[in-house]
Design a protein around this ligand. Structure first.
Ligand code: SER
Length: 388
């Protein structure tokens, strides 16, 4: 099943059950939101989860692109991407968690053809403040799906404050043989779909207060499920990455984990640029800058003559079309090449400064501050240069 077909199957399933589709386009959160990027499908819905009526009603479905800076270091493994897409469904004070779990099971097994024997779930075991999620537990027992209970892993929150609640996660077996063990003990169980019953709001002091309504918020990792349905071992082998895997290795021969980082970071940079972010030394622009610099650091490790200017525009167009963005592929390439030029110049200057006798040997905190404040050299760059 192609990724596009997976998206339409999901959206239609929920539309048939009274959900209205909302647009989940940009990575940029609404004004006033303290986070840099949209981190999950529910993120733009926060006011409605907290009780404001949504103009489209109490049942919603969407496809939201997300970026989690906390996951950056994980990229290169089989399941993490910098920019990923989340399919989401919501009940804003409408139906309850067990209905959502039952639909989730039916969509996965009947709609998407997942073998039910390859499923495992987890459920909130309860803690000193909130009781165990017995309704989810009973629902899974009724459906005959194995369940494991946990405490921290099954409490979902979007940050230190805001809406939160117990969740039930659905895992799919990705191993070769028959399923073994449980999700907390074997990482061949891949989390694909999280169903949160949003019941509380966490305040600044850590206390929990009930929300005015009980909501259901679900998020399904599109690329993860697509790659598993396509029988692939990693998200980088799903159809979404086909053109990248075909063209990038012919341009730059790289071993697998570097290839993944280069494809992921370039593709994510294209999307971030398409959403209007430009490289800078702070905030969103700095996340973009780090992505481009990490690509170049990997490429130049083997051959400093490599350049982003060689990237086929076709890859940028493919990504832009998938995310339905407007910025022209040639302009995206020009912005990437411009950033590469800045990085080359700063590296050149950095090498000259670091060659001074004062910086031979181990650098002190004071050196790092001086190099940053006077020469604009970030710590991670100094570390790279010192290792050359
Ligand atoms: N908010 C939950 C998550 O991000 C479900 O959408 O996993």
């Amino acid at each position: 099943m192609k990724t596009e077909q997976l998206v339409s199957t999901f959206v239609e399933f929920f539309e048939e059950r009274g959900h209205r589709r909302i647009t989940g386009s940009t990575l940029l959160p609404p004004p006033g939101d303290p986070v840099l990027f949209t981190t999950s499908g529910m993120h733009p819905l926060t006011p409605y989860l907290e009780g404001r009526p949504h103009p489209l009603g109490s049942r919603l479905v969407n496809v939201q692109r997300c970026l989690r800076t906390t996951d950056l270091e994980e990229v290169g493994d089989p399941t993490h991407l910098t920019v990923f897409e989340m399919l989401g469904s919501w009940s804003l004070g409408d139906y309850e968690g067990p209905v959502s779990l039952d639909w989730g099971y039916r969509l996965l097994t009947e709609g998407l053809g997942v073998d039910p024997r390859l499923l495992h779930t987890t459920v909130f075991a309860g803690d000193s403040r909130i009781g165990p999620d017995t309704r989810s537990l009973e629902t899974w027992h009724g459906l005959g799906v194995p369940v494991e209970t946990t405490v921290e892993d099954n409490w979902w929150s979007n940050g230190p404050v805001g809406p939160c609640g117990p969740d039930s996660e659905i895992f799919l077996w990705s191993g070769e043989g028959p399923p073994e063990s449980t999700p907390t003990r074997d990482d061949r169980w891949v989390e694909v779909w999280n169903h949160v019953t949003m019941t509380h709001r966490r305040l600044d002091d850590g206390s929990l207060v009930p929300l005015p309504q009980r909501n259901v918020d679900t998020g399904l990792g599109l690329e993860r499920l697509a790659s598993l349905l396509q029988g692939r071992n990693s998200v980088f082998e799903s159809d979404i990455f086909d053109p990248w895997r075909r063209l990038v290795p012919t341009l730059w021969p790289l071993e697998e984990s570097s290839l993944r980082v280069v494809c992921d970071h370039l593709r994510s940079s294209v999307v971030v640029l398409g959403d209007g972010v430009r490289p800078s030394n702070t905030g969103r622009g700095y996340v973009l800058r780090r992505l481009v610099r990490r690509v170049l650091t990997v490429l130049w490790r083997d051959d400093p003559s490599r350049g982003i200017g060689d990237l086929p525009v076709e890859l940028i167009r493919h990504t832009r079309d998938h995310f339905r963005q407007d910025l022209g592929p040639e302009e995206v390439l020009r912005l990437l090449v411009e950033e590469e030029g800045r990085f080359r110049r700063i590296l050149e200057r950095g090498r000259q400064v670091l060659a001074r006798p004062r910086f031979r040997g181990r650098l002190t905190e004071e050196d790092f501050h001086y190099l940053h404040d006077t020469h604009g050299l970030p710590r991670e760059l100094i570390t790279v240069l010192s290792e050359e």
